[in-house]
Design a protein around this ligand. Sequence first.
Ligand SMILES: Nc1ncnc2c1ncn2[C@@H]1O[C@H](COP(=O)(O)OP(=O)(O)OP(=O)(O)O)[C@@H](O)[C@H]1O
Length: 273
Amino acid sequence: MRLARSQEPAAFDFRKPTPGEQLIHFEHLTKSFGPKRVYDDLELDVRAGETLVVMGGSGTGKSVLLKCLIGLMRPDTGRVLFQGHDLTRFTEEQFIGVRRHVAMVFQGAALFDSLTVGENVAYPLREHFPDMPEDEVRQRVAEKLTLVNLPGTEKLMPSDLSGGMKKRVGLARAIATDAEVILWDEPTTGLDPVTTQSINELINSMKTKLGVTSIVVTHDMVSAFAVGDRLAMLANRRIVQVGTREEVRRSTVPEVRAFLDARRAELVPGGAS
Ligand SMILES: Nc1ncnc2c1ncn2[C@@H]1O[C@H](COP(=O)(O)OP(=O)(O)OP(=O)(O)O)[C@@H](O)[C@H]1O
């Protein structure tokens, strides 16, 4: 069920996209922190309904890219286009409207420790839809917790949960407002293989069941190849390749080869040969 958008700033009028159409375009981005240049003419597009994985070494600017999309950071030059809207010109207030459609699942789940699981998931609903009747809030919270395989956990506190359960509550909270785009920052880092597998399945089911578009930032290659329709490699301050799993697996781009071979060596000792 979709909600009335009466509180949404007029400047951001989200249209239901046609699967496959260009939804987001990072155009000629540059970004520096002091003397450190993170992006130099970075270009990347994201298509509606796909899962795009952004991979790259530590500190290459993967998280900054996601933050530019929800207004937590701004590029120095260049544009971030969302359905043709230039987000770099958006005010803080306008970004509130964007965040109803573009939800971020933060690395550490970032739950409020003093609130129950149910209140954590209800939080964005109360923020974006203050007039929503309490019954509807409860119903939506229950629906989202069921979707992430945690039905009936409303009364638990975050301290009662394992790391993987916390991630799933973070996801339920991110999708509470029925966001059409989900940004995943290192969703499987630090999780055991079974929980990693369940998070990968969740990312895939968001796409197949709800038609969600995902951008997944990760250096977990098993996860990248399990969820990515396309994979983009960030290195040397730009995207050096974007391609399907097969194209990336067979890549001859030196930065991609070096990255994959190093990861293969980590996964299978002696496997880099
Ligand atoms: N607020 C900030 N102030 C100063 N430098 C920052 C800030 N945020 C990010 N950086 C720098 O920008 C670069 C890119 O950061 P980012 O967090 O996007 O990297 P990442 O690719 O996500 O790395 P990791 O995989 O280690 O999380 C890093 O060198 C980081 O130190």
